[in-house]
Structures are given as C-alpha cells and as structure tokens.
Write a protein that binds this ligand. Structure first.
Ligand SMILES: Nc1ncnc2c1ncn2[C@@H]1O[C@H](COP(=O)(O)OP(=O)(O)O)[C@@H](O)[C@H]1O
Ligand code: SF4
Ligand SMILES: [Mg+2]
Length: 435
C-alpha cells in the first residue's frame, strides 16, 4: 500500500525519536463518584482506573487488554484527556498535561487522536463523509495545501475508500468502511499518538483483520504511535510491541509481546491466553492447560483487598488477600504484579497454602498444568539462586552465566535470548516487531 506524502499544511513536526518516551502515565486514577438522595451526597465511587503507571514509546504499539469493565476505555479517555483524572499524572513529550484546560489542550488535540469502538454511533448520521473527515481541519483552523476537500479525498484513499464517496452518508457504508472513515478522521491532522478503543470489536471477524492490517500499514508509513485497546489477546497479538494486561483498574502485567506470549507470568494473563484459541500446532498441549476464569469480574466499587484478582485466582494464598503485589520488573521487559508468578521464582515462597476459592479454581486447571507450573517456577528459582551465588563469587562472569542458565532451563526461545542480550539496554529501543 502506498500512502502519498502528507501535505505540510496539515502536519506538525514529529520530534520524538523512535523509542523515546512519548507518553508517560504515573499513578493515574479515575474514580467516578456515586451520588444518592436529594442532596446528591457521594456514597461511594467506581474505581474505574485505580493507580496505573506505564509509558508509551514513540513508534511502538502498546496493546491494552482486559475483560469488559476493567477500565480500558476510561484509561484511553484519560490519556487523550477526554476525561479529567482523579489523581496521577499524564505527560506527553515531557510536558505535564494532566490538568490542561480546553485552551491548553487545543494544540495537543492535533497530536493525540482517538478511534472509537462503535463505527455506527461514532459518526454523525446527518453529516457526509466529507464533512466528518474535514471536521478536524475546521476545529483546528488548519488549511491544508491544496484545500480541505483535496486533503480529505487523499485521506479517504489512504484508508482504502473511494475518494469519490466524499458526499455520501455513513449509512451507505458497511461497518468496516465506517471504521475506515473513523481512522481517516483520526489521521487528518497527522497525529503522533492514536488511541484506538476496541477498533474492531464491533466488526465481523472477516473484516477485523483488514482493519487491523490497515492500522498496521498506516503505522509503518506514517510513523504513528498506537495504544490499541482490546478485550482479548487475539486482536493485539499481531500488532503490539508490548502488551499491558488490566484487571479491575490496575495493570497486572506489562511485557514485551513475545515474552508475554511465550512465558506469561501473571496467572490472569495465562487465563486470558488460554481463553484464546491458538492456531499453533506447537501449542496443541495448551488444551490440557486450559484455564477457565470462573465468575464475573468483582465490582470496581469495592475491589477485593490485597491482590484484586485473588477471588478468581487458582494460585491465591493468604498473602494475596492482605498485601497488594506491586507491579515489578521481574525480568527485563516484563513487569508483573503477583506474589506467585508463573514461569518465575515465587515472590512469597513462605506462603504455600492455597485459599479455598483457589482450590476450587484449581479444579478447573488440570493437575498436569498445576504440576508443570510449579516445576517451572521451581526451576527458575533454582536458576536464580545459582546466578545469585555466581554473582557473589565472580561479578565479571555473571552476565554470561545468567544468559546460559536462562536459555537452558526454561525452554530456549527467541524472545528470551534477545531479552538476555538486551538486559542492559531494555529501556532504550523497543524490539522490532516480527510480523
Ligand atoms: N462515566 C461513568 N460514570 C460512572 N461509571 C463509569 C463511567 N464510565 C465508566 N464507568 C465504570 O467504570 C468501569 C470501567 O469502565 P470502562 O472503562 O468502560 O471499562 P472497559 O472499557 O474495560 O470495558 C465500569 O465499571 C464502568 O461501569
Ligand atoms: S497468586 Fe496471588 S498475587 Fe498472584 S495473581 Fe493470584 S491472587 Fe494475585
Ligand atoms: Mg471499553
């Protein structure tokens, strides 16, 4: 697909180098107050987003997944500043934008755009496609070279629509085409960051891949940075560089895509993955490890104490009910919030007795899967102890030994070998996507 050059009149200079932090979120919270009675007194709050930290690097795609109601859309609206945060900080290109007013946000509206989930309700049915896609130019007072109409027609062809359909109305288009219109509108001002909230959930499965591929092509051609929100891992799998897994307003795991798929550490990530049919013959055995999540996500009005996943987790012990595990980088490129992570050394090895609820959930997980999980964690723990010992005796040889240990004990994978190599520079450039 060839995308014509952007007209200079409609663009802003791209000044964040690939791999540099474009967006940084610290301690972000959004609590929606619940009010009751004549006096509308606040009686509680929906803790939709409850303290999250992450960054988005220029040129990357950060996938965000989690079950419905876990705060993904709220997070998307907070980072695009369509919602005012209750607490925390949002920085865009190093600038604190957390509390910017309408005027302060105006220049930023060009840089940060959102694509919405529902291509039916997000386009005004009374406006023509031309009017819809040209709206950003009018709102921002931007006059593209060659005029608005020419630029809108160019954008329509960029997203694979017929530029001649400029005067048609949304109802004349299919769902997939409407989402392309939404994408054209989002791209109009040549943004730096595009937040796509479940961009394909409302579309037929056959159309989903086309729209995801379009987003992917546009990213390579235009150097866009994406945050793509989805309710399961299948959509974000092929397009993300890193993936954040959310549960009840918190990030449970944030990892490089390959690490997340090959060695998920959070029990919730593992459960989400086993809910996705994986057409990979090498993972046929995954059937026997199928983990079913029992019950609904608890209410975000009163999330469970300690680890908020403990009411549904098959590995939960006493400490999980009392102490919230911090999101910690356990391995370069993989942050996890769990006391008893998968594929890694146990963080609370003294606490071994499963909670009753965990035992019930464990019944759904095959004995073999549980045994395998325990064996992997034990193997990693032994390896970590070995490395620690080596470190204390010979600091010089530590790096080499840890790389070797890593790739022999826990199944050598491409991702792991790159990970060990990049130990020192994991905060610099994201790995290239292997699509
Ligand atoms: N404007 C609002 N007022 C009150 N509660 C809200 C509002 N928007 C979202 N919520 C609640 O916040 C929680 C997270 O919602 P949302 O961010 O839409 O989740 P997701 O996109 O992951 O499905 C839900 O419990 C939802 O009901
Ligand atoms: S093992 Fe504990 S800390 Fe880890 S996800 Fe389960 S409940 Fe949470
Ligand atoms: Mg949503």
């Amino acid at each position: 697909m060839t995308i014509p050059a952007q007209t200079s009149g409609a663009t802003l200079t791209k000044d964040a180098a690939p791999g540099e932090t474009l967006l940084k979120v610290t301690g972000l919270q959004k609590h929606f107050p619940i009010k009751k009675g004549l006096l509308q007194r606040q009686v509680g709050a929906v803790r939709a987003v409850d303290g999250i930290d992450f960054e988005v690097r220029s040129g990357e795609t950060l996938g965000v997944v989690g079950e419905s109601g876990c705060g993904k859309s709220t997070m998307g609206r907070l980072i695009t500043r369509l919602l005012e945060p209750t607490a925390g900080k949002v920085e865009f290109q190093g600038k604190d934008i957390t509390h910017l007013g309408v005027g302060g946000m105006r220049p930023l509206r060009r840089d940060v755009q959102m694509i919405f989930q529902d291509p039916y309700s997000s386009l005004n049915p009374r406006h023509t496609i031309g009017t819809i896609v040209s709206a950003p130019f009018k709102l921002q007072g931007v006059q593209p070279e060659g005029g608005v109409k020419k630029e809108v027609q160019r954008l329509l062809s960029v997203v694979g629509l017929n530029p001649e359909h400029y005067n048609r109305y949304p109802h004349e288009f299919s769902g997939g085409q409407r989402q392309r219109i939404g994408i054209a509108r989002a791209l109009a001002l040549n943004p730096k960051l595009v937040v796509a909230d479940e961009p394909v959930s409302a579309l037929d499965v056959s159309i989903q891949a086309q729209v995801v591929n379009l987003l992917d092509d546009l990213q390579s051609e235009l150097g866009l940075t994406y945050v793509i929100i989805a309710h399961d891992l299948s959509v974000v799998r092929h397009v993300s560089d890193r993936i954040a897994v959310m549960y009840l307003g918190k990030i449970m795991e944030l990892a490089d895509r390959d690490l997340l798929y090959k060695t998920p550490m959070h029990p919730y990530t593992k459960a989400l993955m086993s809910a996705v049919p994986i057409p990979d013959p090498a993972r046929k055995s995954a059937k026997s490890e199928r983990i079913l999540l029992k019950g609904d996500v608890p209410s975000p009005i009163a999330p469970p104490s300690g680890c908020r996943f403990h009411t549904r987790c098959w590995k939960a012990t006493q400490i999980c009910t009392t102490t919230e595990p911090p999101l910690k980088e356990l391995r370069p490129g993989q942050q996890v919030a769990c006391h008893h992570p998968e594929n890694f050394e146990d963080q609370a090895p003294q606490d071994v007795v499963l909670l009753t609820a965990a035992k019930e959930a464990a019944e759904l997980v095959s004995e073999e899967a549980l045994a395998e999980s325990a064996a992997t964690s034990a193997a990693v723990a032994a390896e970590v102890a070995e490395v620690a010992e080596a470190q204390s005796t010979d600091a010089e040889s530590t790096e080499a030994e840890s790389s070797e240990g890593e790739s022999t004990e826990t199944e050598p994978t491409e991702a792991e070998s790159t990970e060990t190599e990049s130990t020192e520079s994991s905060d610099e450039e994201p790995p290239a996507k292997g699509k």
